[in-house]
Ligand binder design. Structure first.
Ligand code: NAP
Length: 311
């Protein structure tokens, strides 16, 4: 089996950008795209904040362009999930569903997934009124009624951001105390546009039949009483889950499960293994920052290969 110079795992903005840079550096990268390729942008509709596209474009369309650009320079795409890795021995080994691959460097770009409530309508209306990213989609709800679910810093940050755009923001939390930091709580409590709906769980999102969000049924978890609130946008902000299960016990992770990288780089605890995008970023989580770290990972992989592999 030929040992690859670079294997990229994951196909969001970080993975594709790493592949574009690695391919153009003649490193003939191979990429395990995952069965569902494209990452979180495949779940969004219009993307208006990716620089270079004046009028915005659809998330899946943007990812299709990323993929074609990576292919154009010779990235070999394997449309499979990585099922197992061995990063503790060299060369590194990565297993797909049908084959095993060897690599001198591995770029991990498996992303993070927004946690969801688990309601059917949530997926049906994702990108059609339901969103997991206020920075991405808040603008579509200018002067409209917005609801945010969650009680942590993310939920309050989203609610505060959305209060500048929407006519009102309902903050729905399943308990009567917030998990968020005191400073964020103070800011949210002071904001006249934010109303708190305590002890409340989303029971139903209306209305999949109309193909858009028209309202939300909330259940008071203490009294069982149901209320219906008319809203135009529902932002689910109950946390993210980094996709790092595969790397546990091999690459060093932070206590929150994200991959630990040396500050200012994409270097993991294992020389030759790099991490780019949301899998190592719980702060910015933007397509453009993911693409930026994808570029960094490819450049760092190139330098690592130059220093360790005979020409
Ligand atoms: P988090 O702290 O884990 O909070 C998640 C919130 O969602 C909790 O209030 C939780 O309720 C609620 N929740 C979880 N699952 C739920 C479900 N199935 N249904 C309804 N509610 C549910 O996540 P996060 O807010 O994304 O923050 C993650 C980390 O990033 C934290 O350390 C946070 O401080 C940090 N962060 C900081 C900032 C900032 O400082 N500006 C901004 C964003 C994130 P319970 O409280 O009942 O568990």
């Amino acid at each position: 089996m030929a040992t690859r110079k670079v294997v990229v795992i994951g196909s969001g903005p970080a993975g594709y950008t790493a592949a574009i840079y690695a391919a153009r550096a003649n490193l003939a990268p191979m990429m395990l795209t995952g069965v569902q390729s494209g990452g979180q942008l495949m779940l969004t509709t219009l993307v208006e904040n990716y620089p270079g596209f004046v009028d915005g474009l659809m998330g899946p369309e943007l990812m299709e362009s990323f993929r074609k650009q990576a292919e154009r320079f010779g990235t070999e795409m394997i449309p499979e999930d990585a099922t197992r890795v061995d990063l503790l021995n060299r060369p590194f080994r990565v297993w797909g569903e049908t084959a095993e691959y060897e690599a001198h460097t591995v770029i991990i770009a498996t992303g993070a997934s927004a946690k969801l409530l688990g309601l059917d309508a949530e997926m049906q209306l994702m990108g059609r009124g339901v969103s997991t990213c206020a920075t991405c989609d808040g603008f579509f709800f200018k002067d409209q009624k917005i609801m945010v679910v969650g009680g942590g810093d993310s939920a309050l940050e989203e609610a505060l951001y959305l209060s500048r755009l929407g006519s009102s923001v309902d903050l729905v939390h399943r308990r009567d105390t917030l998990r968020a930091s005191k400073i964020m709580q103070d800011r949210a409590f002071k904001n006249p546009k934010i109303q708190f709906m305590w002890d409340s769980a989303v029971e139903e999102i209306l209305d999949p039949a109309q193909g858009k969000v028209t309202g939300v049924k909330l259940r008071n978890v203490k009294t069982g009483v149901l209320v219906e609130r008319p809203v135009d946008g529902l932002f689910v902000a109950i946390g993210h889950q980094p996709n790092t299960q595969l790397f546990r016990g091999q690459v060093e992770l932070l206590p929150n499960g994200y991959i630990k990288v040396k500050p200012g780089t994409t270097q993991t605890s294992i020389p030759g293994v790099f991490a780019a995008g949301d899998v190592q970023d719980h702060v910015y989580r933007q397509a453009v920052t993911a693409a930026g770290t994808g570029c960094m990972a490819a450049l760092e992989a190139e330098r690592y290969l130059e220093a360790t592999q005979p020409h």
